[in-house]
Design a protein around this ligand. Sequence first.
Ligand code: SF4
Length: 448
Amino acid sequence: MKFLLVKPNPHKNSINLQSFMICEPLELEYAAAVIEQMGHTADVVDLVIDKSFLGALKADNYDVVAFTSYLVHIGVVKEYAEQAKRYNPRLITVVGGVHCEVVPEDLEDANIDVVLSGGLYALGGVVRGIENGESLENLKRLGRAPKGCDFQFTHPNRAKTAKYRQFYNYIYHDRCATIKTSFSCAYDCDFCFCTRLGKYHERPLDDVISELEEIEEPNVFIVDDNFLSSRTRIREFCRLLDERGIKKTYIAFGRADFIAKNEDMIALLARHGFDAFFVGIESFKTSELGDYNKRTSVDVNNRAVRILERNGLQCYSGLIVGFDWTREDFDGLINYLNRFEHPMVNIQPITPIKGTPFYERMKDKIVEDERRYENFDMAHAVMLPEKMSVRAFYYNIVRAYLKTSASAKGRRYIKERYGKAVYRRVRKGAAKIAMQYFKLILKPNIGR
Ligand code: SF4
């Protein structure tokens, strides 16, 4: 059988980091490996780069078309599924991805045959079911097979994205691959979706290092929800890098409390090629950190950023903007960030994501139509700001960017650290996002 595996292009209204980064569809590369191991063929189309879904579908005589989907993609994926069924009603349509694993009912649709709420663990059973000519009812049931947590899958088949790989980047790093060394997160921040994906577990490092050896790109984005899980694991990771002579540049997510307590580990990682950590600073107010169950404090965050700076690592800070914020709160955020040497920030309005405790607490306050999935991009306001208009809220977000990472000083720093070509690419992405925000300032278009 022939499978077409599809990474969707987000809806044009979504504001997303894709303007700064295009990551390889790792989950589809894993799926391709599983499918081919079972004796079938799988092609991957990345619609962020190759824009035509129907063009890809018509390129071969596919039996199954499978999509990966985050929350923001759901509307787009349903449209693709409809196009697929219209083109060939005999095609079997499958949807997978993290949202399916937590809120599968959002993907129920007349044109979607199988929702893989069991993730990759269920894929093999579904493929076997299709081979055996099982009924759609049975295929749907197979898609709901329970998720395991050993993650003993074949390495992702990166050859499937060979023609796209030159375009994969992560913000300031061109030619960047991704790798996953652990799954889910051992913490339970109130607003976070990652931790709802199942029990935290780690891949054996020997296997991770073997996969790293297969990667050709010089830059690697480690997409673990929190790479900084333990000193022992970090030491062993670095030891294996030395032993196998692997020299690459790494970017990863890490918690501030670990960084604050373990400067020696950060220094070790810096010596082994780590260039940046994405740290969920979340707020400059300790009270908000408590509300989010973040289990850190402003003081811990400050120490973490200083440690990264001292060791020559860039800190990409994730900040959450509350719906009860005043203009003074935005001023406070700007002043706080500018105390650091080179604040590189991602500023997001707090967004209740289905499946999280925060959603359960806040769902009655959501004014956005929840079927406009594209607006749940963590950049649109989906609840009404309490102390200012929606327009002013967007304006203040843009103002915070312009006065921190997008300031003249911030731009100069990026050019010096990463070079003119990267600077131009990032500037283009930032201009696109700024335009989207300016349109929202003129016409907020919330809840209609
Ligand atoms: S925000 Fe970070 S630390 Fe908190 S649960 Fe999510 S991934 Fe884990």
